[in-house]
Design a protein around this ligand. Structure first.
Ligand code: TXA
Ligand code: MG
Length: 323
């Protein structure tokens, strides 16, 4: 089972584990989060592994202050006003992601936006001390309710993570409100710890509610989709295709591929998860009409990798940037 440490004694040990790429459950004012260094792809892959998430939904990057936030995302004047009013606190802002921010593509699921939140309490202290953002979904098994006590976290995840930091019951008790800030206005993607009316009062405009997406808005319309067509589970490469490889053995005809990137040449699913979005977008940017993908086994993180590949390969409207 995980070690459980009271928050007033846990700062150093939590930082040590997080810096070493381990996931740690930490209290925030909303719910407990399962945190990992947001700049380390394999550390983030461990979050998905521990939660047993069958999908790579984008995660919230938690920051210690506005300065850290502004290095990661572009703040419009409206976004800045909202952060000023509600941070630290239970408001997550989905904003344009700055290139080179250091936040790993597995956190954003390859999207060009990033969800940012500055939490209160221990979570904020640990981020400030680490000097890096933390990716943290709610610390529960995928599909179960969010944990609001250290005991609940330990019951759900204690055999999969090294440390649970105990901060007592979380004061807010439900997740943060997620707000997408665009030039056109504000879209509430998930209701949460801050009421819509409070946000509207500060913003001076009404929120629209995205009819489609509550539980996991990132799974829906905003998906990263390559311009190239995708062919999955290929046994043989057609000359000129780009190849997304996996493992030590190559598909037939691989030498005729326009470009090859390997998710993990040793066949390590954690490494593959960490490379998935960056390799997909690199192959896409190189301009091949089709990306052929070698089979990835369904075990462990393989399920989430395959889920994402199937979504990326799904037919869609190709009017913009058709190849
Ligand atoms: O209170 C909270 O927000 C807690 C604590 C730990 O901070 N965290 C939390 O994380 O609820 P999680 O992963 O359970 O929910 C985050 C939601 C997901 O539904 C995800 O799809 C969405 O945020 N999300 C993240 N990045 C996004 C993006 N760029 N665009 C749209 N939705 C995004
Ligand atoms: Mg959750």
């Amino acid at each position: 089972m995980a070690e459980i440490l009271r928050q007033d004694r846990a700062l150093e040990e939590a930082c040590r584990l997080l810096a070493a790429g381990e996931p740690v459950a930490i209290p925030t004012e909303t719910v407990y989060g399962l945190a990992a260094d947001a700049t380390n792809g394999e550390a983030v892959a461990r979050i998905f592994e521990a939660k047993g998430r069958p999908r790579f939904n984008p995660l919230i990057a938690h920051v210690a202050d506005r300065e850290m936030a502004e290095r990661i995302a572009a703040f419009s004047p409206l976004a800045a006003r909202l952060a000023e009013a509600f941070w630290p606190g239970p408001l997550t802002l989905v904003l344009p992601h700055r290139e080179g921010s250091g936040v790993h593509a597995l956190v954003t699921a390859g999207l060009d936006t990033v969800a940012l939140r500055c939490p209160r309490g221990f979570a904020r202290d640990v981020i400030a001390r680490l000097g890096r953002p933390l990716a943290a979904p709610s610390a529960n098994i995928s599909g179960r309710v969010s944990a609001t006590t250290a005991e609940a976290v330990n019951t759900a995840l204690g055999d999969r993570i090294p440390l649970v930091v105990d901060g007592g019951p979380t004061p807010v008790g439900l997740e943060s409100t997620i707000l997408k800030v665009t030039d056109e206005g504000l879209i509430m993607l998930r209701p949460g710890g801050i009421a819509a009316e409070e946000i509207e009062r500060v913003a001076g405009t009404l929120l629209s509610r995205d009819a489609k997406g509550i539980e996991a808005p990132g799974m829906l319309a905003s998906h990263y989709a390559p311009h190239a067509r995708m062919r999955l589970n290929v046994a043989e490469v057609i000359p000129g295709e780009a190849l997304l490889a996996f493992g030590p053995a190559r598909a037939k005809g691989a030498e005729a591929a326009a470009q090859v990137l390997n998710l993990s040449s040793s066949g390590d699913l954690r490494e593959a998860a960490a490379n998935l979005f960056s390799h997909l977008s690199a192959l896409d940017a190189a301009g091949a009409a089709t990306i052929a993908v070698e089979p990835v086994p369904m075990a462990g993180l393989g399920e989430a990798i395959n889920d994402r590949l199937v979504r990326a390969a799904a037919p869609r409207d190709r009017q913009d940037g058709e190849r």
